[in-house]
Ligand binder design. Structure first.
Ligand code: GH3
Ligand code: MG
Ligand code: MG
Ligand code: MG
Length: 332
């Protein structure tokens, strides 16, 4: 039997009913206190001065208010209306404790937002039952709101984490610029956009010259650092937000320049090449003695019959031409 009972009565620690009585008569406050005393699940608070009721209720956040009607200053109806205007008290159940059994007073109580009406002094068992009934509904509402808030916050955090992950998944771990996957996505999108808008799309394929020799001279860690510097040179020479520098693989980089003509792309390529050259990073086994870059440039107004692969192939071919022509140069 006690098992069944337990399923219907939550543990007091979890389910604490905080009652606030607002009544100007100390004798009533005391009588009700006695009725509610010794109930492990009930906490009792009172206000005698109606002018302090609103403030006290806001601070206390009771799970139920027992509200007197006739009080000096603002009356019970006025107070109930004010509770209902406050966000933090809007849903707190209010039981009117009235001196009169009067249908008009009852009707008006409900009209201003009361949840129940009892005549003073109420029967103890009935009061306890009503207090528990109303506050249980209120507390489960609060718990449900809390659960929803938690759910919303979790979803928000998850969405943010997903965005972060997506960003990370698009970046090259060593250089921090876009990776090959991002390059593949962007070139496709820009190809489609160029096709729609009939604007030229340009691509630069950049390859560090004699990089194997650099690694041989200084080791792979120094080589990694050199790749980071080269990546920084690329990004520093991009002007528009839509331009994208990516690590294409190994010591090869690619730059996507949407809405850029061949001439415009050549300007960027020259800027990148000469910027790296000016850094004059030692590469003793290379022909010029410093780290340089060869760049192939291709530009096209994307057409329906073709794909971005055709642009990549052309830039690759131009890069190969730059290599065979002696490196550290831009070819079209
Ligand atoms: P070329 O002028 O013809 O481009 O000569 P290269 O030596 O630059 O070209 P090759 O393809 O022979 O060698 C590329 C080198 O780049 C070999 C490889 O070990 C090095 N490399 C590729 N990825 C990385 C990397 O992430 N870190 C380092 N340190 N080296 C890398
Ligand atoms: Mg009174
Ligand atoms: Mg190379
Ligand atoms: Mg290479």
């Amino acid at each position: 039997m006690s098992e069944v009972y337990k399923t219907y009565m939550p543990e007091p620690a979890v389910f604490k009913v905080r009652v606030l009585i607002v009544d100007d008569q100390a004798i009533i406050v005391e009588a009700v206190r006695r009725m509610l005393a010794d109930q492990a699940d009930i906490e009792y608070h009172y206000v005698l001065d109606s002018s302090l009721a609103l403030e006290t209720a806001e601070q206390l956040q009771p799970s139920l208010i027992l509200q007197d009607l006739v009080m000096p200053g603002i009356d019970g109806f006025g107070l109930i209306a004010q509770y209902r205007e406050r966000e933090s008290l809007r849903h707190v159940p209010v039981i009117v404790l009235s001196a009169k059994e009067d249908p008009k007073l009852k009707a008006h109580s409900f009209a201003v937002g009361a949840n129940d009406y009892m005549v003073k002094l109420p029967d103890r068992l009935e009061l306890l039952a009503r207090v528990r009934y109303h506050s249980a509904a209120h507390i489960s509402r609060l718990q449900r709101d809390e659960a929803f808030r938690f759910l919303r916050e979790s979803q928000q955090k998850l969405a943010e984490a997903n965005i972060e992950l997506q960003k990370l998944a698009a970046l090259d771990g060593l250089t921090g610029i876009a990776n090959r996957r991002r390059f593949d996505d962007v070139i496709k999108l820009e190809w489609q956009r160029g096709q729609r808008e009939q604007k030229p799309l340009s691509l630069l394929m950049c390859d560090i010259d004699c990089f194997k020799a650099y690694n041989d001279s200084f080791g792979h860690l120094a080589g990694d650092l050199c790749l980071k510097k080269a990546a920084a040179v690329l990004t520093e020479n991009l002007k528009r937000p839509a331009d994208l520098a990516a690590r294409y693989g190994g010591e090869e980089f690619a730059i996507i320049l949407p809405e850029t003509s061949l001439a415009g792309a050549q300007v960027v390529a020259d800027a990148v090449r000469s910027h790296l050259e000016k850094l004059a990073l030692d590469n003793p086994q290379a022909a010029g003695g410093i780290v340089t870059m060869s760049i192939g440039v291709a530009s096209v107004v994307p057409s329906r019959g073709d794909s971005a692969d055709q642009l990549t192939a052309r830039a690759d071919k131009a890069l190969y031409a730059a290599k065979t022509a002696g490196r550290n140069r831009v070819c079209v």
